[in-house]
Design a protein. Sequence first.
Length: 75
Amino acid sequence: MVGNVNIMSKTTQKLGINIKKIRAKKHMSQSDAYLKIGMDRSYFSAIENGKKNITIEVLNKLANALDVPPRELLK
């Protein structure tokens, strides 16, 4: 089980890094992104910092807000 936690942690961290990179490339502030999604600021920040596990539904909302396919966030 500990191994799975490490894998999940790395995945959530990578997701957060990708969101930040794509958002910055599109010249979007954090508030631009979370307001577009209708998400709480602290929740969005936790996702970008790799501290939150998200659902596929949230992944899709993030991808739509950033105008990229969901797979782009998981690379």
